[in-house]
Design a protein around this ligand. Structure first.
Ligand code: NAD
Length: 319
């Protein structure tokens, strides 16, 4: 069976491919534009490790490029498509809004249309906890009203609306994955944990937003990818949506305390609240657990320690 994974050089897509490729029955095609939102070197290294798997092949393609994408669909008869390619990041959507329209709107529409036209059986796409905005009916259920606070969250909500429309109009089934603050090995250098570790190990100042008063439902990458591996075996009902989270909100200060005990001291400058951020995320993972029966979430201290130890070995790439 041939499977397409977009954003294969990205954090989640790459870790997911790594797990999926262990099944020799699958032929995996990964694509990525290698955009320079963060270090392209890290993205190339992620692809390099994947290319060691014999059943993985990579193409540098931008989702915006409809013709290249169409040729790929013609060449490989994909049975499943996973869309992890997107312009990620909340604060960057104030600096470069068009990047979000290009990848998350135009790119998404190109991909879902081709998937429908070429009769893809399972279409999964990354949404985000950002669709909830400042909702505080915790833990947030999938049925909660959506009111994103930033353009990033708006584009993810639009993805979900388009997927709904594709089911209603064409009976095209899909699964939207609302990821909550994923962290771990091969993590993103623009996110809190790796930004802190980079500051600590490369003797830089760490800027702590919102005076460290944020709370996030930190979710370990292995749990997220294990969940996806289980989910792909299940039936899709219609335009399904799942929170992918640990249901375990943690204050940023607590995470900082953990790393401060095991890494070099660094200067921390506290900053005021960033307007596009939300104070707290906390999702319910009841639906995804019911669907996948996945319960063996990694202990958070162990997951943080593993993340730290991995970073220490690979810190030269994260300067
Ligand atoms: N990491 C998280 O905590 C988190 C939380 C919520 C949602 N998400 C979503 O999950 C998905 C994966 O996130 P990630 O953390 O791996 O981000 P990432 O930035 O590491 O990965 C995204 C990848 O997509 C590629 N890409 C961007 N635009 C593209 C385009 N137009 N064509 C082809 N490739 C393109 C980038 O080069 C990058 O390698 C994204 O959709 C993101 O919005 C992530």
């Amino acid at each position: 069976m041939t499977i397409l994974v977009t954003g294969a050089a990205g954090f989640i897509g790459n870790n997911f491919c790594q797990k999926l490729a262990n099944n020799k029955k699958f032929k995996l095609i990964g694509i990525d534009s290698f955009n320079n939102y963060y270090s392209v070197k890290i993205k190339r290294l992620r692809i390099k490790r994947l290319l060691k798997k014999k059943n993985f092949k990579f193409y540098q393609i931008n989702l915006k490029d409809k013709n290249k994408l169409k040729n790929l669909f013609k060449r490989y008869k994909f049975k499943e498509v996973y869309n992890f390619a997107a312009q990620a990041g909340v604060r960057y959507s104030e600096i470069n809004p068009i990047a979000y329209i290009d990848s998350n709107v135009t790119g998404f529409i190109n991909l879902i249309k081709l998937s429908k036209d070429f009769n893809v059986k399972k279409f999964f796409y990354a949404s985000s906890s950002s669709v909830y905005g400042e909702s505080n009916n915790f833990p947030l259920k999938e049925t909660e009203k959506l009111s994103p606070k930033n353009l990033y969250g708006m584009t993810k909500k639009l993805n979900e609306d388009i997927a709904k429309n594709y089911f209603e109009n064409y009976k095209f089934k899909s699964v939207g994955l609302r990821f909550f603050t994923i962290y771990g090995e091969w993590g993103r250098p623009d996110m809190f944990i790796f930004k802190y570790l980079a500051a600590a190990y490369h003797k830089k100042i760490f800027y702590l937003n919102n005076y460290g008063d944020h709370v996030r439902d930190f979710t370990y990458i292995d749990d997220a990818t294990n969940i996806l591996i289980e989910l792909r075996k299940k039936n899709i009902q219609k335009n399904d949506i799942y929170n992918v989270c640990s249901n375990n909100p943690i204050g940023l200060k607590k995470i900082l305390n953990f790393f401060q005990k095991i890494s070099p001291k660094t200067k921390i400058i506290k900053r005021e609240f960033q307007k596009s951020d939300v104070y707290k995320t906390h999702g319910s993972n009841k639906s995804i657990i019911e669907k996948t029966k996945y319960k063996q979430f990694e202990n958070v201290n162990k997951a943080l320690q593993k993340t730290h130890d991995w970073y220490l070995k690979n810190k030269k790439f994260y300067k």
